[in-house]
Design a protein around this ligand. Structure first.
Ligand SMILES: Nc1ncnc2c1ncn2[C@@H]1O[C@H](COP(=O)(O)OP(=O)(O)OP(=O)(O)O)[C@@H](O)[C@H]1O
Ligand SMILES: [Mg+2]
Length: 233
C-alpha cells in the first residue's frame, strides 16, 4: 500500500485543430517512501504527469493507482478529497500569502486536513522555528520555499509532489531546499516526487524517471542514493 503506479497513462490537450499529446502511454511505479526525480527538458510532459498524479488534471486514458485506489475512477468530489487529504504540493513560486506570517501560512493548511502535524513542528522540520513570526517579504527565497514545504508537510500527506522546487533559487539555497525534501523522504518515510530539469540532482534519488516528448525514456533505480553533500551543481 502507498505505492504509486501509472499504467499506460496518456493526456491529450485539444488546441483548436491540433491535439497535443502531453503524456503518451506513461508507465512507472514509485514505492512508498521513495524519493523519485522526474527529469526532462521543457515541454517533456513532467508537469503534466505531476498534475495527473495530484488529481489536478484527469488522464485521457490509462490507470493511476495511488495508495491502492485508481484515482482515474474517482468522482470529482472524491478527487477533491484526494487532493485535499492525501497530497502535499510544492511549486516553483511559493504561493505564500503575503500578509500572513510563516506560522499563519502553515496554519492555513492545517485547517483543511484530517491528521495534521503541528504547524510549529512542520516549521521546525524545515529549520525555520526561529522565523515563524516573519512575513514572507522578510524571508529569503529559500526560506520562503521552506515555509511552502512546511505548509505541504503540515497536511501530513502520503505523497509530496514538487514541481521545480528550486527553479527560482540560487545553487546553495536550492541545495538546502533539496536537503529538506530528501530528509522528508529518507528520514520521515514519505513518498516524494520532484520534477526538475537539473540532471545533476539525479544521484540523490531512489528512482529517476526521464521523459522526452511525453514519453518515459528511462527508469533507473538507485539502491544507494548519493549524499547531497557530494553533489556539485
Ligand atoms: N493546459 C494545457 N493546454 C494545452 N497544452 C498544454 C497544457 N498543459 C501542457 N500542455 C502542453 O503539453 C506539453 C507538456 O507540457 P508540460 O507542462 O507537462 O511540460 P514540462 O515538462 O513540465 O515543461 P517545463 O520544464 O517547461 O515546465 C507541452 O507541449 C505543453 O505546451
Ligand atoms: Mg513544467
Amino acid at each position: 500500500m502507498g505505492n504509486i503506479i501509472l499504467e499506460n497513462v496518456s493526456k491529450d490537450y485539444q488546441m483548436g485543430e491540433v491535439k497535443i499529446h502531453a503524456a503518451k502511454e506513461v508507465s512507472f511505479a514509485v514505492k512508498k517512501g521513495e524519493l523519485c526525480i522526474i527529469l526532462g527538458s521543457s515541454g517533456a510532459g513532467k508537469t503534466t504527469v505531476l498534475n495527473l498524479l495530484g488529481g489536478m488534471e484527469r488522464a485521457t486514458s490509462g490507470k493511476i493507482f495511488s495508495g491502492g485506489q485508481d484515482i482515474t475512477q474517482l468522482t470529482d468530489l472524491e478527487l477533491t478529497d484526494y487532493r485535499r487529504y492525501q497530497i502535499g504540493f510544492v511549486f516553483q513560486f511559493y504561493n505564500l500569502i503575503p500578509n500572513l506570517t510563516a506560522l499563519e501560512n502553515v496554519e492555513l493548511a492545517k485547517q483543511v486536513c484530517k491528521s495534521p502535524l503541528e504547524p510549529v513542528n512542520a516549521l521546525q522540520i524545515v529549520g525555520l522555528k526561529d522565523r515563524i513570526d516573519n512575513f514572507p517579504a522578510q524571508l529569503s527565497g529559500g526560506q520562503q520555499q521552506r515555509v511552502a514545504i512546511a505548509r505541504a508537510i503540515c497536511k501530513n500527506p502520503d505523497l509530496l509532489l514538487c514541481d521545480e522546487p528550486t527553479g527560482a533559487l540560487d545553487t546553495e539555497t536550492g541545495k538546502t531546499v533539496i536537503g529538506v525534501l530528501s530528509d522528508i523522504s529518507h528520514k520521515m518515510g514519505k513518498t516524494v516526487i520532484i520534477v526538475t530539469h537539473n540532471s545533476l540532482l539525479a544521484p540523490i534519488a531512489n528512482r529517476v524517471i526521464e521523459m522526452k516528448n511525453g514519453s518515459v525514456v528511462a527508469n533507473t533505480v538507485q539502491n544507494k542514493p548519493a549524499d547531497l553533500e557530494g553533489i556539485k551543481w
